[in-house]
Design a protein around this ligand. Sequence first.
Ligand code: SF4
Length: 282
Amino acid sequence: MSKKIFLCAISNISSGHCLEDCGFCTQSVRHGAAIDRFYHKPIEQIAEEAKAARKRSAVGFCLVTAGKGLDEKTLKFVCEAAEAVKKEVPELNIIACNGTATLDQLRVLKSFGVGSYNHNLETSESFYPKICTTHGWRERYETCENVKKAELNLCTGGIFGLGESMEDRVDLLESIASLEPASVPINFYHPNSSLPIKQQTLDVEEALDMIRVAREMLPTQRIMIAGGREITFGERDREIFEAGANAIVIGDYLTTTGNDPMRDHRMIEEAGYEVAADCHDN
Ligand code: SF4
């Protein structure tokens, strides 16, 4: 039986007004990137996007809000969105990705149908102050611990190519492993002239090596290649599966355009893999 590849779609439901200063993120107002900025995407539009994602065989649907973390208003909005998606497409696993979250807030999300929470550690604890000065890495780790306590599935990963060393990358993967997440999104830095981090796109061989290292250190986790796949791997993206990935994001990302999902389906098939039918497909 061929290896199953899990597909996940992202919906940017509140975009581009974050006051934090993460150097890799175009959603920070501090960097002035030319992106769409809006507070609340209409609930009907979110539900339509969820339906379209399921038609393209996505098993996960991620509700992302820009900002440091959940406040009362954002929590209410994400709950409304989750409820609408659950009603329209009950078979989708809903992932919320809304920054710092308390145990109580996560329990509320769960009661509205959210199955997983995504909060990336991003990089090693020691490199983190070089990419963000407005909040700390420890706080990120604590939110991940809260996710586990709330008995939600934890998705936590990071981003490679910010100028970090190999030691930082291994430290990050060790920290991720210590949290025993269900899924590990791996992003590759997508340069943008407005951003303060002036690194080039990671070399494709180096990026594939990082997936191999991640797979070795996280033997049982779902490893999902997320942002930066297109720009880093181009037409060589089928090699990510052999390197150890078993999930990808399909469609557009938060502020960048992804491949046509039909192209990705063809790529998976031609590489000899099968698209997973549901979130628990083995
Ligand atoms: S906290 Fe999140 S949305 Fe805000 S700048 Fe950092 S990565 Fe971007």
